[in-house]
Design a protein around this ligand. Structure first.
Ligand SMILES: Nc1ncnc2c1ncn2[C@@H]1O[C@H](COP(=O)(O)OP(=O)(O)OP(=O)(O)O)[C@@H](O)[C@H]1O
Ligand SMILES: [Mg+2]
Length: 506
């Protein structure tokens, strides 16, 4: 039997299910979107744990019981949830029963009571009930009787197997062997992380169908497909192409901070006794590079960047806010090491703070803060906030983030760098002296405004069919009224707030 047990990976989900059964659980809630994968794990667990075959039935309200005959009660006849539970109750001998999408029925007090009875009756009988569902709906009364297993997304090893199965399928079709070069394998598998197994297979199929290969040369295509899929989750955005540190003007102190910690997620850093970086909060004046800073950090650290849209979490487009948030965090953990960018985090905190929804808001924040504290996977939080008044004190408490940065309006030296970045980016050349002059003339301009002035100037030059001159930029810049003027009060307030709470990014 021991030899058989070795066939299940004790670290993986199948192993976890085996542990639960070993520990005597009879009712297990498997929280996952991935029915096929979960069923495969239940089978793996079963054959590893029990030398004699334990029959497995699945049940759904459309198909009734499916599995080896004779079933608890055959097929179509048992589509009522209560009848299904009674059938399990009356079953003799060992058996594993996977009830798919049972969550809607858990609002029925009779069903809840029956489950509680069953839970006790099944103890020691070798019968186990699994509730398999993408949503967690568990009445409080059941919380002691049902173990909830929040299913992780596939690990790299699982994705590797799935990828090879797909490739084998292609090899058959094309009549020639398709293999992943071993030196590219790790990088390619990493691009699938954060996807379900089905999604990863879909990405492989789409790209291989088009490119007929799977090597490092198609990583960009894979990433693009992955981005499309993560997008569909409607909460997370995968940002594939990031600005680099060199495309950010100024923010010297922030850049130094990020450079010093670039190796923070390596094994070597752990061995050296360093804790993993947790995250930063970047606050400051609009248009001065908060979002840019997070992107540059992810690109410098060579980590994928996922943006969490708090607005969409609370809009409930992809299920309840709690569910959306939970799913987002699971996805990010699966992609880890990764940077989770929460843009305008204050929106999420206070959108509903004065309404009936405030319960959900504080639950989500409690959930998020707990996760931040306890997460085991290397996920770095890059949060940005504009409206500091809306940030609750517990959020910026010392120790929560590694650092709270304040991004101010750029000073003269920083403005010069910003001009340089944006002029060079557009393939134009302006002398150092002219840059000095422009920087001097644009006191109070944000980075975004400097960029706008350059674009406007380019239009002028283009319309007149000649190349950009320094005077075009001067003219356009003079016509603008910078935010520093129109939002003076707000800016003064923000600076005052930041004085004793944040480190200047520049
Ligand atoms: N320090 C900078 N260096 C280079 N470009 C900058 C800088 N700051 C701003 N920009 C330009 O302005 C644009 C807007 O900047 P960014 O989105 O980072 O601002 P933000 O601080 O996040 O503003 P918001 O509060 O409006 O979200 C950038 O895409 C970039 O082109
Ligand atoms: Mg921004």
């Amino acid at each position: 039997m021991n030899a058989k047990k070795a066939t299940v990976d004790r670290e993986g989900p199948a192993g976890k299910i085996a542990d639960l059964i070993d520990a005597g659980y009879t009712c297990i809630y498997l929280l996952s979107f991935e029915e096929e994968r979960v069923l495969r794990h239940v089978r793996e667990m079963s054959s590893a744990l029990f030398p004699e075959e334990v029959p497995l039935w699945t049940w759904s309200t459309t198909e009734g019981f499916q599995g080896p005959e004779p079933g608890p009660v055959k097929g179509q006849s048992v589509i009522e949830p209560m009848a299904a539970l009674r059938a399990v109750e009356g079953f003799e001998g060992k058996g594993h029963f996977v009830l798919k999408d049972f969550h809607p029925f858990l609002s029925d007090p009779l069903v809840v009571r029956k489950l509680r009875d069953l839970h006790q009756e099944m103890a020691g009988t070798g019968r186990v009930l699994f509730l398999l569902s993408p949503r967690l709906v568990l009445p409080h009364d059941l919380s002691k009787d049902v173990f909830v297993f929040d299913y992780p997304l596939p690990a790299p090893e699982e994705l590797d197997v799935a990828m090879h199965e797909e490739l084998a399928g292609f090899s058959d079709r094309f009549g020639e062997l398709l293999v992943v070069p071993s030196e590219d394998r790790e990088q390619i598998v990493r691009t699938f992380q954060g996807l379900t197994e089905q999604e990863a297979r879909q990405v492989v199929r789409l790209v291989v169908d088009r490119k007929k290969v799977l090597d490092a040369g198609v990583v960009d295509d894979l990433l693009e497909e992955k981005r499309q899929i993560i997008r569909k989750s409607e909460i997370l955005d995968y940002i594939p192409k990031l600005v680099t540190m060199d495309e950010v003007g100024g923010l010297g102190r922030f850049k130094r901070w990020a450079r010093v910690r670039a190796g923070g997620f390596t094994e070597a850093a752990r061995k050296f006794g360093l804790p993993q970086p947790k995250g930063i909060l970047v606050t400051g004046i609009s248009g001065c590079g908060k979002s840019l800073a997070i992107q540059a950090l992810a690109s410098h650290w060579n980590m994928p960047l996922l943006r969490l849209d708090m607005g969409r979490v609370f809009a409930g487009l992809a299920g309840s806010p709690e569910e959306s948030m939970r799913r987002a965090l699971i996805t990010v953990e699966a992609v880890a090491p990764a940077v989770l960018w929460i843009d305008e985090i204050e929106m999420g905190i206070s959108v509903f703070s004065d309404s009936v929804e405030s319960g959900a808001t504080s639950r989500i924040f409690a959930m998020f803060l707990t996760w931040m504290q306890e997460k085991m996977r290397p996920v770095f939080i890059g949060a940005t906030a504009n409206d500091i008044d809306r940030l609750p004190p517990e959020f910026i408490r010392k120790g929560r983030f590694d650092e709270v940065f304040f991004v101010d309006l750029p000073n003269e030296a920083d403005r010069k760098e910003i001009f340089k970045v944006h002029i060079n980016k557009r393939g134009k050349d302006i002398s150092e002296i002219s840059l000095d002059g422009l920087a001097k003339a644009t006191e109070g301009y944000s980075g975004a405004e400097i960029e706008q002035a350059i674009i406007a100037a380019l239009y002028e030059a283009f319309a007149e069919g000649r190349d950009l001159t320094i005077n075009d930029i001067y003219r356009c810049q003079e016509r603008m009224v910078p935010l520093a003027v129109t939002m003076k009060e707000q800016i003064i307030k923000t600076k005052r707030w930041a004085e004793d709470r944040a480190v200047r990014a520049s």
